[in-house]
Write a protein that binds this ligand. Structure first.
Ligand SMILES: *[C@@H]1O[C@H](CO)[C@@H](O)[C@H](O)[C@H]1NC(C)=O
Length: 223
């Protein structure tokens, strides 16, 4: 009897620890305004991985999924690279869809998209965000409330990618009827299955963006 009880307690403890371990400790930085971005080592999918936390924006607690501000890192990458991440923690950077997928599989997460074109920054936040698993093509799920100062422009453009799987030049999950793979010229993204490729693509090459002053980032946090 006692052994069974101990076993049960251990199982529950392990479960609680495992659940906690799923949520990176970016919230430790809440209220702390320096440094704005710090690194922590986290175990995601039983692997140790470094993630970037933003402690300043809107109360902090954000994990950075994508950051482009120096234009030194190419985002024309294959599936494996979008899956496990690329770039540098000090530079332009992509966290990796596999990590975002495992993190957002549990709990409630919000997504924030920031853009600045040579001027004041505009942003939009979704109250619910999730990335599907690899068999689901790392599909983008956005739902719930939208807030921010550019809900119409960024918000509605992003929504065109909602519920679509991710596509890279070597893995085409959009399978468009015209046979064209949008990622061949535009970096990996959640491309539409018909019509124009996307309303907005934060991973496209800068030459297409044609505005060297653009900055953009994607961040998400646990609620
Ligand atoms: C991946 O996600 C799909 C859809 O949510 C689910 O049916 C499937 O079981 C998942 N596969 C794995 C390996 O977790």
């Amino acid at each position: 009897m006692d052994k069974v009880l101990i076993f049960l307690v251990l199982v529950v403890l392990t479960y609680v620890t495992a659940t906690w371990a799923m949520i990176p400790r970016c919230h430790e930085g809440m209220g702390l305004h320096i440094p704005v971005v710090y690194r922590i080592r986290e175990r995601i999918n039983r692997q140790s991985h470094t993630i970037l936390c933003d402690t300043a924006t809107d109360g902090g607690g954000w994990i950075i999924l994508q950051r482009r501000y120096r234009f030194t890192v190419s985002f024309e990458r294959n599936w494996e690279e979008y899956k496990y991440g690329f770039g540098s923690l000090d530079d332009d950077y992509w966290l990796g869809l596999e990590y975002v997928s495992s993190l957002t599989a549990h709990g409630t997460w919000e997504l924030r998209v920031d853009l600045s074109d040579n001027g004041p920054r505009s942003y939009v936040i979704w109250s619910n965000f999730r990335i599907g698993n690899e068999s689901d093509g790392y599909r983008l799920y956005l739902w719930g409330e939208k807030s921010g100062d550019d809900i119409d422009d960024i918000g509605n453009s992003m929504l065109l990618s909602n519920n679509t799987p991710f596509t890279t030049y070597d893995v085409d999950n959009a399978r468009r009827s015209d046979g064209y793979n949008c990622a061949e010229t535009a970096g990996g993204w959640w491309f539409k299955t018909d019509g124009f490729c996307a309303g907005i693509n934060l991973n496209e090459p800068w030459t297409i963006q044609n505005n060297v002053a653009s900055r953009m980032s994607f961040r998400f946090r646990h609620l």
